[in-house]
Design a protein around this ligand. Structure first.
Ligand code: AMP
Length: 590
């Protein structure tokens, strides 16, 4: 029920007093976006004035935007790599931030094949928590009654390491789930999860997933929303259920947990939850044994009102599959965030995925925007509707004018804060889960595999392109290869090409290999050999559609259906990677 009308917000009537406060905060920040940004930059510059990095640029104590922009360069991760390496190696002097770097957040973006290390400071956790605390008050404006049930969210921690200097290096969500902010969160009726902390915090991804799904099944009628961070994660959970439903049914029938689940804290916690329920076990068997899994989410969890998953950016490829499994439930993309900094939230979370816009919260960091094709960065409040920009951030933790690599298009404003459609990440060719493979990484991988091909049978890869195949769960990379087989040489054997698949996987970056090995969120890479002349046909097709013959370049990734169909119709043989590539949590040193 809506509260007292004098608490009302321009965004809509809040569901409770706590929500009213959160909505007021959003209003205050977005109305005063420019002043908030100006003050925030001054605060960061004053606080970090004596850091080695800022001193290098002789700001002379200035904290204003003009001096900052004139004297400090816009940089990329590679520019900052020496400083980051020193901090990682144990240098505790104030290099980037006056506040001690508490840990490194390992981004899914890579540099030289390894995850980028983003420095962070303790208080950033509060800032992230603040953004999280705004999400439900906004959602409650659109979906009533979410305090009457639970959210079934599939949340996971990933492996972490220590840098040579002893700082933890782990993904931002692992850091958050392991923090007191998450583990000791006060009870909030709008934020009750079916997954116990013990399951979320279990480092073994199989046991974690198993327990989270089991808990979701046991509590199926309470579930009002179903989610994961990204769409690929939710689909992985559905696939897991498809593979293991009979084990879940068995556990539920007899009230005893599968013996493969040996994590002590999970077993202890489940002993209080799992009781024999033969009727539920029978229900699960009936629903899951059929070949037809259409609407499985709403069949098993009939009270689900929406899916809470990010389906913007690279994740848009999963929308049709999620629609199939959920019978067309709305998909809410609630926030936009990264390891560098959490950026903002979607003030209209029930909007269609193609229309999602994120409102950047001006209290999170200092934001600048470089127009696509331009060089001069503009302020948050000065971006223009319809234009595309690259996002640049200056954070409390010490990133200064750092290019995030995301391209955003302005769709409108909420008060004076702009709203952005996420267009794409720069230089990403292929992505299935959190992996991001760029053109040069793919090129290197093909070169390495081509070398192997040449050694084993004298053939070479003449042309190639790629495709992210998400028709299976997990999805996988497909490489289309046209071969150059020397006169008299024999066609490469199946064994040779499968070895080439693995060689390519070994050459891809560590996030790809982690997805393959530890997360099982990317399937074996596939090479489809196409018959000679296929790439010429591809060029003819592009030219028939208006491409210039002089400027034509083979696209290194394809996703336009007629092109994929053309390639598939020319396939002479298909080969999959026969094994997992190498991956360990430890980083390779440069
Ligand atoms: P990471 O540094 O691994 O946390 O990845 C952060 C990146 O994920 C961002 O810079 C975006 O490219 C992408 N990302 C995060 N949130 C969203 C979103 N809501 N929609 C599309 N892409 C997103």
């Amino acid at each position: 029920m809506a509260v007292d009308s004098n608490l009302s917000s321009p965004l809509g009537p809040p569901a409770c007093e706590k929500d009213a406060k959160a909505l007021r905060f959003i209003e205050e920040m977005t109305r005063n976006a420019d002043t908030v940004q100006e003050n925030l930059l001054a605060e960061i510059l004053a606080r970090n004035a004596d850091t080695e990095y800022l001193r290098r640029f002789n700001l002379g104590g200035a904290t204003d935007r003009d001096t900052f922009k004139t004297k400090i360069p816009v940089i990329t991760y590679e520019d900052l790599q020496p400083e980051i390496q020193r901090i990682a190696d144990g240098d505790r002097s104030p290099i980037l931030s006056a506040h001690p770097i508490s840990e490194f957040l390992t981004s899914s973006g890579t540099s030289a094949g390894e995850r980028k290390l983003m420095p962070t400071i303790k208080e950033e956790l509060d800032r992230r928590q603040l953004l999280y605390s705004l999400l439900m008050p906004v959602m409650n404006l659109y979906v009533p009654g979410l305090d009457k049930g639970k959210g079934m969210y599939f949340l996971f921690v990933k492996s972490e390491t220590k840098t040579p200097g002893g700082l933890p290096a782990r993904p931002v969500l692992t850091s958050y789930y392991k923090s007191e902010h998450f583990r000791s969160r006060p009870y909030d009726p709008y934020n009750v999860y079916t997954s116990p902390n013990e399951a979320i915090l279990c480092p073994d991804s199989f046991q974690s997933m198993y327990t989270q799904i089991l808990c979701g099944l046991l509590d199926r009628l309470s579930v009002l929303r179903v989610g994961a961070v990204f769409a690929s994660g939710l689909l992985r959970a559905i696939r897991f259920l498809q593979l293991h439903w009979s084990r879940f049914a068995h556990d539920i029938e007899f009230g005893c947990l599968d013996s493969e689940i040996n994590d002590r804290s999970i077993r202890q916690c489940m002993s209080g939850i799992l009781k024999p329920d033969p009727a539920l076990a029978e229900f699960i068997r009936q629903e899951c044994k059929s070949e037809n899994w259409e609407r499985i989410i709403t069949r098993i969890w009939p009270n689900t009102k929406y899916l809470d998953v990010i389906v913007t950016g690279a994740m848009a490829q999963y929308i049709p599959t999620l629609e199939y499994y959920s019978g067309g439930l709305p998909m809410a993309c609630t926030m936009y965030a990264s390891s560098e900094c959490y950026f903002g939230l979607n003030l209209n979370p029930m909007s269609k995925p193609s229309e999602v816009s994120y409102t950047i919260m001006p209290n999170m960091a200092y934001f600048e925007f470089i127009p696509l094709g331009g060089t001069k960065a503009v302020e948050l409040v000065d971006v223009k509707i319809g234009k595309e920009y690259e996002l640049v951030v200056t954070t409390y933790a010490g990133l200064c004018r750092y290019r995030v690599g995301d391209i955003l298009r302005v769709t409108g404003f909420h008060n004076s804060a702009p709203q952005f459609h996420f267009v794409r990440r720069k230089n990403v060719l292929l992505s299935i889960d959190s992996d991001k493979t760029d053109e040069s990484e793919l090129q290197k991988a093909v070169e390495n595999a081509s070398k192997l091909l040449q050694e084993e049978c004298g053939s070479r890869v003449a042309e190639y392109t790629s495709y992210a195949d998400t028709s299976t769960i997990p999805g996988h990379y497909v490489l289309y290869w046209e071969l150059l087989v020397r006169d008299g040489a024999k066609q490469p054997s199946h064994e040779t090409v499968t070895r080439c698949c693995l060689e390519m996987e070994e050459s891809l970056n560590s996030v790809y290999r982690q997805c393959r090995v530890a997360d099982n969120s990317v399937g074996p890479l596939e090479i489809r050999v196409v018959r000679n002349g296929t790439f010429e046909e591809l060029m003819d097709y592009a030219i028939s559609r208006g491409a210039s013959i002089n400027q034509y370049k083979v696209p290194r990734c394809v996703n336009f259906t007629p092109i994929v169909e053309l390639l598939d119709s020319r396939v002479v043989s298909a080969h999959f990677s026969p094994a997992l590539p190498h991956w360990t949590p430890e980083r390779r040193r440069r």
